[in-house]
Design a protein around this ligand. Structure first.
Ligand code: ATP
Ligand code: MG
Length: 286
């Protein structure tokens, strides 16, 4: 049998584009025609299953898929036994409680004895238990926001990103109960040959992630300022210094975290740096 691992990704929705983009950035090529439920990479031993996100934790727990990409909200809600290998930094959202706009919110006790509609009964139930609130949870699978206006519930608990859907339905957000982003999950009992392939994939994902948070910086500096400038942008091992054609000047090349760059920009300029270029890095292996 050919040695190949299987990853479950969302077929279409708010996770799919970024999941597939990450895999492509890892240099993995595959055909992704619309409507296809399975696809095999042409240059890496991995096969894709395109599924509804609700089913991904279960498929990975059962070993139908070895890996999966899913939101933490869905992962915690489904409560399946899988391992989380990595946070992926996309599909960030929050799960919040919301009530009709006109109501006065007095704190969590507002929900005591009330009826709350949600697609996340486990996360909400655990939260309410922890806070000592007794409320009735009404599970519905979609369009949760209309529940209060049709008299189905007095409040809701749902995913919020900008809040505009809440507003359109006459609701206001009152408590954030959970924050979520996409994660890479794995079956808990992977055979060692599968683990080796997973390690290769993780190595590539880490290189892509590091590349994104770091920048390649080039600048010109008078030679007398080099010590100061090197201390501000120390780089991976140390910066590259190249002489400019103009006597007494050098070009300094370094790699640094984007936040670190913005923190140091004023000091760099004060030290005499000029002609500063900041270039994206595609991949970074330390
Ligand atoms: P499926 O048909 O696969 O079941 P779905 O309708 O359940 O899809 P989507 O709306 O595509 O789910 O959202 C998938 C996941 O993306 C959510 O579970 C959540 O983790 C995340 N997500 C949801 N809304 C947003 C948002 N507005 N911004 C960023 N991420 C979001
Ligand atoms: Mg879903």
């Amino acid at each position: 049998m050919e040695k190949i691992i299987r990853i479950a990704v969302q077929k279409s929705g708010r996770l799919s584009d970024d999941s597939l983009k990450l895999i492509k950035e890892c240099g993995i090529k595959f055909y992704n025609g619309t409507g296809k439920l399975k696809s095999t990479a042409t240059n890496f031993p991995i096969e894709f299953l395109f599924l509804r996100d609700d089913d991904i934790p279960g498929y990975v727990a059962d070993g139908v898929a070895d890996l999966g990409i899913v939101g933490e909200n869905e992962l915690v809600e489904k409560d399946k036994k899988v391992q989380t290998l990595k946070k992926l930094g996309f599909s960030k959202c929050r799960l919040s409680l919301a009530i009709p706009k006109g109501q006065t919110y007095s704190g969590l006790s507002y929900f005591e004895g009330k009826n709350i509609a949600t697609s996340y009964p486990k996360i909400l139930g655990d939260y309410l238990t922890e806070k000592g609130i007794n409320a009735e949870i009404h599970e519905i699978s979609g369009s949760v926001e209309i529940a209060p206006s049709i008299g189905l519930a007095e409040g809701i608990c749902d995913i919020v990103s900008s809040g505009s859907t809440l507003m359109m339905n006459g609701l206001k957000e009152v408590e954030e109960i959970f924050t979520s982003e996409a994660v890479l999950i794995a079956n808990e009992n992977l055979a060692s040959w599968k683990q080796e392939i997973v390690e290769k994939l993780l190595f590539r994902m880490n290189a892509v992630q590091k590349g994104k948070s770091n920048k390649y910086v080039l600048l010109n500096a008078p030679n007398h300022a080099l010590d100061k400038i090197i201390s501000l942008i120390p780089g991976m091992r140390s910066p590259t210094i190249l002489p400019l054609a103009q006597e007494g000047w050098s070009s300094v090349h370094s790699v640094l975290n984007e936040d670190q760059f913005w923190e140091n920009i004023e000091e760099l300029r004060a030290a005499g740096a000029e002609g500063i270029l900041v270039v994206p890095i595609e991949k970074m292996v330390i």
